[in-house]
Design a protein around this ligand. Structure first.
Ligand SMILES: [Zn+2]
Length: 433
């Protein structure tokens, strides 16, 4: 697949995925068109040699896999892991805040966004409703307002207290986005958040009414479209590159792979808040699927000992304006290939052995490899790699594309790196057992 083709598809995915729920829906739609069969966790599974399957949990986590064509049930699996969530502002259950005739919405901060990047942005709302259907069952429906409906204006520089200028933003009082200005005399509708939801439901989900809705998971997101930036078109700027780039590269590689061994993609929700949830990497989702694929206990343990998890999550590219914030001996440059993420304290699961395995995979794909180790006097982030590795006892490596401004509302990565990552993961999935 050519770089431009991969980028076009990735941009489509980014635009269609304002929340993890939307990301999973996009991925399952694509899997459907490639003859992957949906499995339901509550059903009895009848898996076949060479079969292609996927299963979702909570609407926001996904596992897709292709079973090996050999008769050997204990061969190791090649697994790619990523996450579907990104930092966000989540709308509270009773969000309405009124000052004069402004209506603002109270939010909770999800994960660790760079908060000042959320100011002066054209924000929209997306997420899901939970409702009770005619059979008294709880169902969910996705919604995406698409158009910009809210803004968090900055305070003018002339009025800003020193605290704000230093980026110390009060999450309770300074973040609520302004949704609208209403005029009680004109009785213009909608004039409450409930009215807004009701109108959007009417437009987008005509089979549903606001009365049926019991609750929601709704977030704000930036409506600015992804853009190719740089004089040589070398950068991709967009929201949620961490970690939709990895989820989508893994998906394209799985779909494009033609190897004989079993391959799997796992995309978990809730990485940004530590992975502790029933859909997160610290939960039992992946383990339960692996146990259903490898029913025999002995086979399961033998297979795990021969498997490799490539945990893919964005890395930090050395920022040319702040080189002093990096260990430049072990820093990565955009468009120079995927990064091995290394940390002595196992914040990343990479070790010399798994690093060697990944270098070989990249060498076969003619993909260059770089390294990232944090400055020894700075704290290191983490990802699903060490968590999954701990849960399953599986050899793991942490890698990712180098990125600028991780957790900004708009991040930057290298266009060439997207192709490199795809080719590396394809090489992993196509490699013999
Ligand atoms: Zn991430």
């Amino acid at each position: 697949m050519k770089q431009q083709q991969i980028l076009n598809q990735l941009i489509q995915f980014l635009v269609a995925s304002p929340t993890p729920f939307h990301a999973v829906r996009f991925m399952t739609d694509l899997l459907d068109t490639h003859d992957y069969m949906e499995l339901i966790e509550a059903d009895r599974w009848h898996l076949k040699k060479g079969g292609r399957y996927y299963v979702t949990r909570g609407g926001s986590s996904l596992i897709a896999f292709r079973l090996g064509t050999d008769d050997n049930p204990v061969e190791g699996l090649s697994i790619v892991g990523a996450h579907t969530d990104s930092p966000a502002l989540k709308i509270k259950t009773n969000p309405q805040l009124r000052f004069k005739n402004y209506l603002n919405l109270g939010v909770e901060v999800y994960g660790s966004p760079i908060l000042n990047t959320w100011f002066d942005r054209d924000l929209s709302i997306a997420g899901r409703f939970a409702y009770t259907d005619a059979n008294q069952q709880t169902k969910t429906a996705l919604i995406d307002f698409k158009k910009p409906v809210a803004v968090i204006p900055n305070l003018p520089i002339h009025l800003a207290p020193t605290d704000s200028q230093n980026g110390k933003i009060n999450r309770q009082t300074e973040l609520p986005p302004i949704l609208m200005q209403f005029d009680p005399d004109k009785k213009a509708k909608p004039e409450s958040f409930q009215d807004v939801l009701s109108a959007e439901i009417k437009k987008q989900l005509p089979e549903l009414t606001i009365k049926q809705v019991d609750d929601y998971d709704l977030c704000f997101y930036d409506t600015q479209q992804p853009a190719i930036v740089g004089y040589h078109d070398e950068f991709l700027c967009a929201g949620k590159l961490d970690n939709l780039v990895s989820s989508f590269s893994g998906l394209l590689a799985l779909i494009g792979s033609r190897g004989t061994k079993s391959t799997m993609l796992v995309c978990n929700d809730h990485e940004e808040i530590g992975s502790n949830s029933y859909t997160g990497a610290a939960g039992p989702f992946l383990k339960s699927v692996l146990e259903r694929v490898l029913k025999n206990r002995e086979d399961y343990y033998r297979s795990m000992s021969q498997s490799l998890l490539v945990s893919v999550d964005n890395a930090h590219g050395v920022h040319p304006n702040y080189p002093q914030r990096f260990d430049t001996n072990n820093g990565s440059i955009l468009n120079k290939g995927p990064v091995l993420k290394i940390n002595a304290n196992q914040r990343y699961a990479t070790n010399a052995e798994t690093s060697s395995m990944f270098r070989r995979i990249c060498h076969e794909a003619k993909v260059p490899v770089q390294e990232f180790i944090n400055r020894s006097d700075l704290n290191c982030g983490s990802t699903i790699g060490p968590i999954t590795s701990t849960n399953l006892g599986i050899k793991t490596i942490d890698i990712g594309v180098p990125t600028f401004a991780m957790h900004s509302i708009r991040e930057t990565c290298g266009c060439q790196d997207i192709e490199f990552l795809y080719r590396a993961l394809l090489s992993l999935f196509n490699s013999p057992a």
